[in-house]
Write a protein that binds this ligand. Structure first.
Ligand code: HEC
Length: 178
C-alpha cells in the first residue's frame, strides 16, 4: 500500500497536508479530510497492535524471574558482615532508631518488628521478623547492609542517613525475643 503523506509515526507531515489541500485549501470536500484521518488512525492502531504483540512475545519467551529466586538465602558479602556499628548502643541512639523505624518500616515490619505490618499481607516474601533468632543471629554489618540495599519488596534505604541506619540496627537488637 502506498501512503505517500504518512511518515513513520503515522503522522501526515504538514507540508504534505498543505500540498494535498492545494489552492482550494479550506474548500476541499469534507470526505477527503475524513479519509486522511482514517488512514492516520489505522496506522496508529496498527502500530499499537504490533507493539502489544511484541511485548506479549517478549513476555512469553524471555527469562521469567522466579519467585523462588527472591526467597533464596539473602547473605551479605563478608566485608559488609564484618563492619562494626559506629554508633553507641545508648538510649538516645536507640530512641532515634525506633523513631526512624516507626516512620519508615512499621507499615511492613509491624510496630514491634514482628513482620506483621499492615502491608505485609500483600507481600511475598514476607517482611522479616526482626525479633526472630534468624535476624538476631546476623551481625550488625549484615543487617545494615540489607537495610541499605533492600531486595525484592524490601526497599533500599540508602537515602536515610548512615547513622540512622546504624541506629535502627541498635533498636532492632532491643527487640530480641527474651
Ligand atoms: C514495603 C515493605 C517494607 C518496608 C517499608 C521495609 N521492609 Fe524490610 N523487608 C521487607 C521484606 C518483604 C523483606 C524480606 C526480603 C527478602 O527476604 O527478600 C524485608 C527484609 C528486611 C530485613 C532483612 C532481614 C533478614 O535478615 O533477612 C531487614 C533487616 C529489614 N527488612 C529492615 C527494614 C528496615 C530497617 C526498614 C525501614 C527503614 C524496612 N525494612 C522497611 C519489606 C519491607
Amino acid at each position: 500500500m502506498n501512503m505517500p503523506f504518512i511518515n513513520d509515526d503515522g503522522v501526515i507531515p504538514a507540508e504534505a497536508q498543505a500540498r494535498s489541500q492545494g489552492p482550494l485549501s479550506g474548500h476541499e470536500p469534507e470526505h477527503e479530510k475524513e479519509d486522511s484521518m482514517v488512514i492516520s488512525l489505522a496506522a496508529r492502531i496498527g502500530g499499537l497492535v504490533l507493539g502489544a504483540a511484541l511485548l506479549l512475545f517478549l513476555g512469553l519467551s524471555g527469562p521469567t524471574p522466579r519467585i523462588a529466586d527472591a526467597q533464596a538465602p539473602w547473605v551479605a558479602p563478608a566485608a559488609e558482615k564484618a563492619k562494626k556499628n559506629p554508633v553507641p548502643s545508648d538510649k538516645k541512639t536507640i530512641d532515634q532508631g525506633e523513631k526512624v523505624a516507626k516512620i519508615n518500616c512499621a507499615s511492613c515490619h509491624g510496630a514491634k518488628g514482628k513482620g506483621d505490618g499492615a502491608a505485609a499481607v500483600a507481600l511475598n516474601p514476607k517482611p522479616a521478623d526482626w525479633t526472630s533468632a534468624r535476624v538476631q543471629d546476623e551481625s550488625d554489618g549484615e543487617i545494615f547492609w540489607k537495610i541499605t540495599n533492600g531486595r525484592g519488596p524490601m526497599p533500599s534505604w540508602r537515602h536515610l542517613p548512615e547513622t540512622d541506619r546504624w541506629a535502627i540496627v541498635r533498636y532492632i537488637r532491643t527487640l530480641a525475643a527474651k
